[in-house]
Design a protein around this ligand. Structure first.
Ligand code: COI
Length: 347
């Protein structure tokens, strides 16, 4: 791997006491190019501009996928990443759907590790902070014919982050827009899935919500995801979450929370969940909690559901399941409790 280090670190421009989410990008990036049917040598260089011009294929046709993961400062000062192999697997699953060549595991892992080692000082130390890692893959030929690119770029940028949501969120049960359709790309972390959600989210925000609670494409009768997160409900003591399908992202936080809940003896059901079921449970006082699960937000309690002009309150107990899983995950991630599952990879 060829490494060129920066001569002008931007570290001092970051206010580590007030980290938002994703604005300040770290000093170095990892990059590797796919040309003539194979991946070249990975390079690390200072953060900077792309060398391609405006014919860049990804800008025109959106053949682009990404990952979101985090590196955590451990109690002893060292650094560890949460389940990086799962992100590598999912990146390639997303890439396969978008006809992007597979990234070899060694390339992904070595690029990630080396980059974090070099920018170790960018891994924050405060409570609930992390270095957000953004591996991404995009088509990098320069032409405007509507056919797959011949060249691709795999890159990683990183950013020190705090909490995405510091308070419980209100979500609007979407009755018009659709995030994903059967046979589409909803399960992939395709760039356009996020761009396509911005309008619906903007409208929900204008109506006083923080996020959209996505429903199915056919009748808006089944609940699917909450904003950029997977969603879970606790009804009559059972943890319910929509079953994975080609419309739902296979969340690694979701998967890890289900593992913990099952170990704790909490009944877990992964199945279709109707709007009607959750709205009735909320009206009857049987909806004990609702929360989003994702890398950026970790666990985000939902305290209100907007449903056709009405706001149904949802309890967000400080001692509930959402807070319990959030604390348990944090203890594992920051090295405060034993990593029985082998989820942490030390840098
Ligand atoms: C995640 O939380 O997993 C995300 O992908 C969020 C990101 C779009 C900011």
């Amino acid at each position: 791997m060829k490494v060129t280090t920066t001569t002008e670190s931007r570290l001092s421009t970051i206010d580590f006491n007030n980290l938002g989410f994703g604005a300040g990008l770290s000093d170095h990036i990892f990059m590797c190019e796919y040309k003539n049917g194979s991946w070249g040598e990975g390079i690390i260089q200072p953060y900077g501009s792309l060398k391609q011009g405006l014919g860049l294929h990804a800008l025109h046709y959106g053949q682009a996928v990404f990952e979101g993961q985090k590196a955590y400062r451990q109690e002893d000062g060292s650094i560890a990443i949460f389940r990086p192999e799962r992100n590598w697997e999912r990146l390639n699953k997303s890439g396969a759907r978008m006809l992007i060549p597979e990234v070899p595991k060694e390339l992904f892992m070595e690029g990630l590790m080396e980059l974090i080692r070099l920018d170790a000082e960018w891994v924050p130390r405060g409570a609930n902070t992390a270095l957000y890692l953004r591996p991404f893959l995009f088509s990098s030929s320069e032409f405007v014919a509507a056919r797959p690119s011949e060249e691709y770029t795999f890159a990683i940028v990183t950013s020190p982050v705090g909490e995405l949501y510091t308070k419980p969120v209100k979500v609007k049960i979407e009755q018009h827009f659709t995030r994903a359709a059967q046979g589409g790309v909803g399960y992939a972390k395709a760039a356009g899935n996020y761009g396509g959600a911005f309008l619906a989210t903007r409208k929900a925000v204008e109506e006083g919500f923080q996020q959209v609670l996505w429903t199915d494409h056919a009748d808006h009768a089944y609940l699917e995801e909450a904003g950029t997160m997977n969603v879970a409900f606790v009804v009559d003591g059972t943890l319910l979450t929509p079953a994975l399908s080609d419309r739902i992202l296979e969340g690694i936080t979701r998967e890890s929370i289900l593992v913990l809940a099952k170990e704790w003896g909490i009944p877990v059901e992964e199945r279709r969940i109707s709007v009607e079921e959750i709205v009735s449970a909320a009206r009857e006082g049987r909806l004990e909690e609702a929360f989003g699960m994702g890398t950026a937000a970790v666990v985000s309690p939902i305290d209100g559901l907007g449903y056709i002009g009405e706001i149904l309150p949802v309890p967000a107990p400080s001692e509930g399941l959402a807070m319990r899983v959030k604390a348990a995950l944090a203890d594992i991630r920051y090295g405060r409790s034993a990593d029985h599952h082998g989820w942490m990879t030390k840098i």
